[in-house]
Design a protein. Structure first.
Length: 66
């Protein structure tokens, strides 16, 4: 499990700092379907039960070039 950063940070274009937070990120790839989700919760607290964001590419036409 990744631990929250303790110093200023910039993550993937976001200027808000994640200091003092833990993050769980999952990526699942298989059979042409990609699925990603993540959770963020305050460091030292119990991990969040809900995923903050979930996304996949099942809505895309499988005939599109890779």
């Amino acid at each position: 499990m990744a631990e929250g950063k303790k110093e200023g940070c910039k993550v993937e274009g976001y200027d808000k700092c994640l200091a003092g937070h833990d993050i769980r990120h999952q990526v699942i790839m298989g059979e042409g379907i990609n699925y990603v989700r993540y959770r963020i919760w305050p460091q030292g607290k119990t991990e969040a039960n809900r995923w903050l964001c979930e996304d996949n590419n099942t809505h895309l036409d499988p005939k599109l070039p890779e």
